[in-house]
Design a binder for this molecule. Structure first.
Ligand SMILES: [Zn+2]
Length: 352
């Protein structure tokens, strides 16, 4: 266990103290060459009068901390926590920090495409890595609403858990995203760069949801967006029918990102996939089978995992097992993949 980690017992105590959390998060992503970015967060939250706790942040530098109108010393920050004391029933905390882009796929990852020198960013916050991009209570059971505001180069598209049109400022574009639904920090998402976009929508019994598939410019000729749209629409139809609960997050984006550590990540409405899944030549039907399953797996998490969430990381097994079951359950009805459970038996079951 590294010093930066915190224990379940600590998290449990914090969850009883901190409630009704809202984040206003401002990130400056403009500078092409910078390895760090400015992150300014205002957190409003309720707490027990006179209580003390901490807020998580892993950053090279804190510039200013203000709690309930009073500046508190930067020495309360030890590189991974800011200690908070004398809390009130209602609190406002502002943390201005210099955060580091990541090159390891944890936090806010920065990649410069060698093909065209375009810079691509994406977040990966599971398990507790949102604190590498903004100060927060970084545990799954302290759910909150989030309002992101990001400055980005003019030719970029910025994707997050909600959707907005940017405003044109003189040197950059400002993306002010509407407040999210209440969710955990680890499924907030930030994807930004000169991403190529394709559009579609899903119309179902609970509503109509805009869909997008995105990838970096240098891979767009190989992108099979229709396959991603068809598969996810199939998933929407099956899950709406069988869960009988509408999709909880308003829109659904699937973004292929570079240098991704896992297969995909279920950020609410802002799902990232490793871009090795964009094939540059013919592949076997097993590859299609696998990608379809990943698409359905991530979609299933929107209901189970994102809408309903485990308290702590030791229950991730149930989150993942449910998504595994739901993906094969939906896939067996998808044309071309009706042998889904046979595939499960020959690959995943023994692996499990
Ligand atoms: Zn999963």
């Amino acid at each position: 266990m590294t010093l930066a980690n915190f224990a379940q017992a600590e998290a449990k105590a914090r969850a009883t103290l901190v409630r009704n959390v809202h984040y206003q998060i401002e990130l400056d992503l403009v500078d092409h060459n910078a390895t760090e970015f400015n992150s300014r967060v205002t957190i409003t939250f309720a707490a027990k009068d006179g209580g003390s706790t901490w807020v998580d942040l892993i950053a090279p530098k804190v510039n200013r901390i203000e709690l309930n109108g009073e500046v508190i010393s930067n020495s309360t920050f030890n590189g991974f926590r800011i200690e908070l004391e004398n809390l009130k029933p209602e609190n406002q905390l502002t943390v201005d920090a210099t955060c580091a882009y990541s090159t390891t796929g944890e936090g806010l990852h920065r990649f410069v495409d060698p093909v065209d020198n375009e810079r691509y960013l994406y977040s990966q916050f599971e398990t507790a890595d949102a604190r590498r991009a903004y100060a927060c209570f970084d545990q799954p059971d302290i759910k909150a609403s989030f309002a992101f505001s990001m400055k980005a180069p003019k030719h970029w598209v910025v994707v997050s858990n909600t959707q907005c049109e940017p405003s044109d400022e003189s040197e950059y574009k400002l993306w002010r995203f509407p407040k999210t639904e209440v969710m955990s920090t680890y499924i907030t998402g930030i994807v930004a760069g000169n991403y190529h976009q394709t559009f579609d929508k899903y119309q179902g019994k609970f509503g109509t949801y805009p869909l997008r598939v995105l990838c970096r410019q240098s891979l767009k000729d190989y992108l099979d967006a229709p396959f991603m749209f068809e598969t996810v629409k199939h998933g929407f139809a099956v899950f709406e029918r069988d869960f009988n609960v509408g999709y909880p997050f308003g829109k659904y984006d699937q973004i292929f990102v570079p240098e991704f550590n896992a297969g995909a990540m279920e950020n609410a409405g802002c799902v990232t996939f490793r871009d090795d899944y964009i094939w540059r030549g013919k592949v076997t039907s097993f590859e299609h089978h696998w990608l379809s399953n990943v698409v359905l797996h991530e979609l299933a998490h929107m209901w189970f995992g994102n809408y309903v969430t485990m308290e702590w990381w030791n229950d991730l097994w149930l989150n993942e097992s449910f998504a595994e079951w739901a993906a094969y359950h939906a896939q067996q009805e998808q044309p071309g993949f009706t042998d889904a459970w046979v595939n499960f038996l020959t690959t995943r079951k023994s692996w499990g």
